[in-house]
Design a protein around this ligand. Structure first.
Ligand code: NAP
Length: 294
């Protein structure tokens, strides 16, 4: 049976890291703060917002809710983001998506200043994933996949990795981040013929397709490490991944469970990015204060 690569030990490790860094920030009189921007009352968003606030509070990251009506005008949403950009007490911004269909998601996302983009939604952050320009942060879910692999000591250099899914939220950024770690990366998508034949060749497979339990025994082989990013619901309304866990678990070496896998690490990663953004802001403030003294 596969070793289950649970997310909790990974998020606990991140939490310890965050706590010590927040203590250092407090000594400088700074306190990391995350704005949560929600447009409308989608139950998924409300539930996610509640869980982020709970995690943030437990770790000492301040949150500020910015809630707009479902029919808010685009200019109003953009103005809320721009207000966050200039608010020195806010270091990161998490925008719940998808936005209502009348809003231009690209315009709203790109209104956010890259230095506060702790979930990798701006073009500047995404470009940085490709060209390492040091702007913004990678999408938290993609970064969470790397954190799980690193925590469990999965070697990446020279490994054959297959990523199933090519979205800007998960597939493409995780592929680029794995490439930067010297893995040999193949991307599959809905037009890839015989995905199972491709995934079976890999040492590590990252499934991010959003297809409930779509990938079973035919897609894996013994010795593989499988990261299941999917958060889906089956016909009975039970949360499940992209992988058919019951079929895959007896075959592979290791597998992230759903729930309790990558999803557990994503929020911790967003909070870690917020702390990093607060550290940069604190350094800038210190530099300004020193300049004024000189
Ligand atoms: P998405 O935007 O719908 O993208 C899905 C990708 O999978 C697309 O690139 C699509 O190909 C590909 N695909 C779909 N069916 C396929 C198939 N049968 N074979 C091969 N490729 C296939 O979804 P997403 O936003 O990336 O999310 C993916 C999953 O991750 C979802 O279950 C989502 O809930 C989950 N998720 C989890 C977290 C977390 O914290 N763990 C965060 C975000 C998302 P095409 O490009 O050709 O259409």
């Amino acid at each position: 049976m596969a070793e289950l690569l649970r997310g909790k030990p990974v998020s606990d490790e991140i939490a310890r890291n965050i706590e010590s860094r927040i203590a250092a920030l407090h000594e400088l009189g700074a306190c990391p703060a995350l704005a949560l921007v929600r447009v409308g009352e989608r139950p998924d968003d409300v539930a996610y917002e509640r869980s982020v606030m709970k995690r943030a509070e437990a770790l000492g990251v301040v949150t500020r809710q910015v809630t707009l009506a479902a029919d808010a005008e685009e200019d109003q949403v953009v103005a809320s983001i721009e207000a966050i950009n200039v608010d020195e007490d806010i270091h990161g911004c998490l925008l719940f998506r998808p936005l209502p269909p009348h809003l231009d998601e690209e315009r709203v996302c790109n209104a956010l200043a890259a230095k506060k983009d702790v979930d990798g939604i701006t073009n500047a952050s995404l470009a940085s994933v490709f060209i390492d320009s040091g702007q913004g942060f990678p999408p938290s879910t993609a970064d969470a996949c790397l954190k799980v692999l690193d925590h469990y000591g999965v070697p990446l250099e020279g490994a054959r990795v297959v990523v199933v899914g090519r979205s800007l939220v998960v597939g493409k950024p995780v592929a680029m981040m794995l490439l930067a770690r010297h893995a040999t990366v193949t991307l599959c998508h809905s037009r890839t013929p015989d995905v199972a034949a491709v995934t079976r060749e890999a040492d590590v497979v990252v499934f991010a397709s959003g297809r409930p339990k779509r990938f079973g025994a035919e897609c894996v082989r013994p010795g593989q490490v499988v990261i299941d990013v999917g958060i889906n619901f089956d016909e009975a309304g039970v949360m499940c991944g992209d992988v058919d866990g019951a079929a895959v678990e007896p075959i592979v070496r290791a597998l992230t469970p759903v729930p309790g896998g990558v999803g557990t690490v994503t929020t911790a990663t967003t909070l870690l990015h917020t702390v990093e953004a607060a550290e940069v802001a604190a350094r800038e403030q210190t530099d300004i204060a020193i300049e004024r003294l000189m």
